[in-house]
Design a protein around this ligand. Sequence first.
Ligand code: NAI
Length: 477
Amino acid sequence: MQKITVAKGDGIGPEIMDATLSIMKAAGARVEYDIIEVGEKVYLSGNTSGITKEAWDSIRSNKVFLKAPITTPQGGGYKSLNVTMRKSLGLYSNVRPCKSFHPFVQTKHPKMDMVIIRENEEDLYAGIEHQQTDEVVQCLKLITRPGCEKIVRYAYEYAKLYNRKKVSCFTKDNIMKHTDGLFHQVFKEIAAEYPDIESENWIVDIGAARLADTPEIFDVVVMPNLYGDIISDVAAQISGSVGLAGTANIGETCAMFEAIHGSAPDIAGQNMANPTGLIKASVLLLNHIGQQDVAESINNAWSCVVEKGIHTKDIYKEGSSKQLVGTKEFADAVVAHLGQKPTMLESTEYEKGVSFSMPKYVRRKRSNKVLKGVDVFVDWPGSNANELAEKLTQLNNDVSLSMITNRGVKVWPEGFEETFCTDHWRCRYEVKNGSAASSSAIVDLLSKALSSDVEVIKTENLYEFDGVRGYSLGQGQ
Ligand code: NAI
């Protein structure tokens, strides 16, 4: 018996969780439940995190968590519990199988069968945001080498284990050469270790377009957090419905399984919700804890029910569906079909006891890091960059003003009148002649700025790592 933590969640959560647990029980899942409370009630009791210490203790001690959707109350500074959980528990990998169940669930893509593996902890979801001037707010996009290595290796190990033939990587490294560039670079490095698996890289925009149009050309797709968040919902939707997908959030020690949809308050308490997303999450969970026999049996019974046309309202179609059922009746039908195999949909056959262990991240030798200058960000309400440059060149010392950009585009020297400027200016100071800058030159520059009434809102040091520039050029530079 393995103890797992269960949260019934909000809205339709309790109905679909009861349906799922009844199927797991009937299928002989060798699990015991530790039921915890997370979500709306906890938020409204004044706990802005949505989770109590006791709930954390349960998840951390059981290490496996089946979670129904929760409602995040609007406004009031409540933090997304999903994001908090993924990051606090180090659940770096989000795995979302998106497969069509044609012809029983309507889709334009009957052959699609892909798994999206999304980095789950970093990127813009670091949630580090600041308003810096009247007109400008920023969000830091953090991409790390350990984060990239872990997720890309996970995608390849997953592909190897499940006999998938190809891993595709989606990035926007033609624009974000350093952040997405690192993700792509790590993808190339790790792909080389798996010569038997085909590897390809797509620029995310055209990749997403192809994925929405011709999803059957994709197999395993790995991507940074934000693209993965958006594209995995698109993939689930075009496979038939977002209501049908389950997802796994996997970390080094803990794992959390859930449906991808929300708490659907509009249909809560009406025995109308489709429990499939959470049932599929339970299948992923059982596979994760080594109970492939139970996972297989539930998945096959689910397929039997769907191919017999026993459908909940969201997928019911006059003509092709045979029987309209509620949440509970759907679960009862799955229970009644345990032990049977589908005749038209593919039956599931998990290899017994399959799992893979990921190597621990090994930090690389530190690079030779050389300071080359500083980007000083200035709040200035003017509009003529030449005027600002005149003021700022007076601050020159060992580092001197080489460029001003506004929203990334170069406006000095030789800017265009047509360029629209906000009150947020990046002013780049660099050393001359390829030498190294000193920290004291930067401190001196900032103290001169202070006495010259230049409002510095932040600085970013400019470094070279082993002789390679670690910062972007200005657009137009
Ligand atoms: P939602 O996914 O709850 O609902 C969108 C639409 O899909 C609704 O019309 C709903 O009735 C329908 N739907 C969703 N699941 C269904 C199911 N199993 N069977 C039949 N129909 C289903 O998204 P929405 O309305 O944007 O969010 C509602 C709440 O859920 C919000 O508080 C949101 O923060 C939360 N949410 C929670 C998530 C989680 O806990 N993992 C994920 C997404 C949203």
